[in-house]
Unconditional design. Structure first.
Length: 70
């Protein structure tokens, strides 16, 4: 069996993150633009828009759970 020279030491973990797909980048950009538009329409901050989106998703999940149980 081949020996690893001591000067090489332990293998290092790569510090480079894998590239995201072009589709994921495009969707992230679309989401960012949509949030900016909503902030302008509702005269609010981006963090408030994100809170509105999260509340809406939570409500939607609850409604779906009720429909499934019924």
């Amino acid at each position: 069996m081949a020996r690893i020279p001591e000067c090489m030491g332990e293998p290092r973990k790569h510090l480079v993150k894998p590239a995201r797909s072009i589709v994921a980048d495009a969707r992230a950009q679309q989401l960012k633009i949509a949030k900016q538009i909503l902030a302008e329409v509702f005269h609010t901050r981006l963090c408030d828009v994100e809170d509105m989106i999260m509340r809406r998703l939570t409500e939607k999940d609850r409604i779906e759970e009720i429909d499934i149980k019924s």
